[in-house]
Design a binder for this molecule. Structure first.
Ligand SMILES: Cc1cc2nc3c(=O)[nH]c(=O)nc-3n(C[C@H](O)[C@H](O)[C@H](O)COP(=O)(O)OP(=O)(O)OC[C@H]3O[C@@H](n4cnc5c(N)ncnc54)[C@H](O)[C@@H]3O)c2cc1C
Length: 368
């Protein structure tokens, strides 16, 4: 059988895309190299408000809302920001993935675990499935296969170059008060932050930075040791790559298209990609469904990174500035500036603005 669409990768982006395409009556195959979606989860799972407002995520699998953010300098001077609204919620990602997979099954998606894409050529995909090499035929391929996308390479689309590596432990809650603690310290998290995300039910303690500048496991140990509050025994360890070079330009052609991390759809500043995974995948589903129906290449031209890049100009620039701040003293100075009254508004803007999510896009069929 030839599928209409084969979706490689069953993270948030692949699940969202597969479900939407199948609900339009297309024959969709969703596959992943992992035997189970709850295995090797790599994300902290912090959702911003706009995502849970706009998408039907299971409310009971989102932790208590967080309004308070505390920014710490390398010398641990604190800047406290409080939002007027609920701003963040930590998803119980194993349950969220299973919920979305169930939604996919209800929409008619065929699901194939333990299936690793090794090549795709024309309409033929080669996969390693349960240690055997198999071929699958599909009219169109969606690369939802993460930061190091095999689809991007095989289909000659753009690929992520700039990446952070993140590592975290999930531990029992540090206290009952939900808060997001962010530590700007180039010794522990060169180029990004270390964090304690506590929602009163569980806490995530993590570090992220440029791979060539630190040892994540050693930095996480040092970070835990340095914290002013007691941290319980780890329940689970998570980690992975975060593409932070901004959305890629060439993310579609007549054979394949990229979504989520594969497309570099991650905020270059906050390194958040969950909202982008949902939002860009929804647009991708519109584009692919219309392309398969009309066969007109002009539809695919609307799916390009350029239309989103302008929105991230300031954030990309701020990422470069953070990358350059390699010395703790320089970061201490910047933190002192952030604590001044005029810049507090900017801090709050970065953390709390609804515009911080990925831009929505609409398919224009009238121009085709
Ligand atoms: C440590 C860490 C913490 C993070 N915390 C947050 C956060 O709190 N909030 C936030 O918004 N963002 C966060 N992010 C970013 C966010 O997790 C990602 O942007 C998002 O999960 C991307 O979803 P995705 O579906 O595109 O990719 P993924 O979730 O990476 O899914 C890709 C899937 O493809 C599969 N795959 C890969 N290669 C193949 C292949 N060859 N064949 C078949 N399957 C394949 C993988 O097994 C995987 O299941 C974090 C990232 C990291 C690393």
């Amino acid at each position: 059988m030839t599928y209409d669409v084969a979706v490689a990768g069953s993270g948030l982006a692949g699940l969202q895309c597969a479900r939407l395409l199948a609900s339009r009556g297309l024959r969709v195959l969703l596959f992943d190299r992992k035997p189970s979606l709850v295995q090797s989860i790599h994300t902290t799972g912090i959702f911003v408000r706009k995502t849970w407002e706009d998408f039907p995520l299971p409310d009971e699998q989102l932790g208590r809302a967080i309004r308070d953010v505390v920014l710490y300098s390398p010398a641990r001077r604190a800047l406290r920001l409080a939002a007027d609204h609920d701003e963040f919620r930590i998803g119980r990602m194993n349950w969220i993935y299973l919920y979305l997979l169930d939604q996919c099954a209800r929409a008619g998606v065929t699901w194939m675990p333990s299936a690793k894409l090794v090549a795709c050529d024309g309409d033929t995909l080669t996969i390693e499935h349960n240690r055997k090499t198999e071929t699958i035929r599909a009219r169109f391929v969606i690369g939802a296969d993460g930061a190091r996308s095999t689809v991007a390479r095989a289909a000659n689309l753009d690929r992520n170059r700039e990446m952070l590596v993140g590592l975290e432990d999930i531990v029992p809650p540090i206290d009952a008060r939900p808060a997001l603690h962010c530590f700007l310290d180039p010794r522990l998290a060169p180029g990004y932050i270390a964090w304690v995300a506590n929602d009163g039910e569980e806490a995530h303690v993590g570090v992220a930075g440029y791979r060539d500048r630190f040892d994540p496991a050693a930095a996480l140990d040092a970070f835990r040791e340095s914290l002013p509050f007691a941290i319980g025994k780890p329940i689970e360890r998570r980690g992975g790559l975060i593409p932070v070079g901004g959305i890629l330009q060439k993310i579609a052609n007549e054979r394949a298209l990229l979504v989520g991390d594969a497309a570099g759809a991650v905020s270059p500043l906050t390194a958040g990609g969950l909202d982008a995974a949902m939002r860009l995948s929804s647009f991708a589903a519109d584009v692919v469904a219309a392309y398969l129906e009309h066969g007109d290449r002009r539809i695919l031209r609307q799916y390009n990174g350029e239309r989103f890049r302008a929105r991230f100009f300031t954030r990309t620039w701020m990422r470069r500035a953070i990358r350059a701040l390699a010395h703790p003293l320089a970061m201490e100075l910047v933190c002192a500036m952030l604590r001044t009254q005029p810049l507090r508004a900017l801090d709050a803007h970065v953390y709390f603005t609804r515009g911080g999510s990925f831009p929505d896009a609409k398919l224009e069929l009238a121009t085709v």
